[in-house]
Design a protein around this ligand. Sequence first.
Ligand code: SF4
Length: 362
Amino acid sequence: MSHDAAYWLQKIRALDLPSRIKIMNVCGGHERSITLAGLRGALPGNIELIPGPGCPVCVCPEEDVYQATQLALNEKIILVAFGDMLRVPVNVPKGEPRSLDAARAAGADIRPIASPTEAVQIARANPDIPVVFFAAGFETTTAPVAAMLAAGVPPNLSVLLSGRLTWPAVAMLLDAGKPGFDALIAPGHVATVMGADEWAFVPARHGLPAAVAGFTPESLLAATYSVLRQLLAERPFLDNCYPELVRPGGNVSARRQLAQVMDVVDANWRGVGVIPASGFGIKPALAAHDARLRFPAYDDPARKRAGEMPPGCDCARVVLGKIYPDHCRLYGRACTPRTPIGPCMVSDEGACRIWWASGIRE
Ligand code: SF4
């Protein structure tokens, strides 16, 4: 029998907790539910809920956004991308288009899409024009891209892939020591695709409690209660608090398609640097559909450097859970959803945008 949010809050409030406990989430959907439902205010004040690396648009390297922008501006192509990527700012000299939206206003053929199916439809409708699908996302977004490639795509469609795996960013934080959190709420959507076991390293290697949560306040509170109980009992394990959708092994066919068309590669995370085995790359057998290989002139190695953030933007520290969004000195001043400076204020999954949208003003 499932319980409501009030039930879990009562159970949490009844616990005899230490003076400060920090729990990190790694999913933009979790952060949105936590913030919009006001869970921080409802929980005892000694529990801190920290947004972590849960926004794929935020960690997409600037050089990839720049590459997409330059491709769209300089080649006779159609560039398609998920909508929230269109407003991510790139660092360019004054006067040049600062985002895909600006490149579109300057005449580039850039079209927002909501699914890989639309990319295929656009490619089929324009067989004489190369179509580049700029696909940035975590496992949940990358799996449908893999399914698209595995099913076969028109010859004029290629993918500029900026896919990332979630767990290596958390592993990096933990391996570095002093991660800044005492327990982890693992992402339900990612676990639905990849299986919960990916997160078993958190208790097994680092001795921290972990629980997979769904997206309702009840599920998030159940996971919070689970990790608090684990902490108090000093018996960390990986709890699955989203059993209705997260099955052992995840989605077997999605994982098979990912393995069929993509390799796991070292990948740059915007402002963070290269994290080993944290990205997806298109397999050499599908080179004809890899936009990085079809348009090598736009893959500029000189642009690839860690710390690629606009001046004053603290997105990288927000993404890593080192600071809260409102600790950035640009939050709500120079940087708002109407005038975003960094990607965390652009994406619906960005912590800055979520906090701003829910009325947090410092
Ligand atoms: Fe970056 Fe804006 Fe967030 Fe500051 S408020 S971290 S500038 S996105």
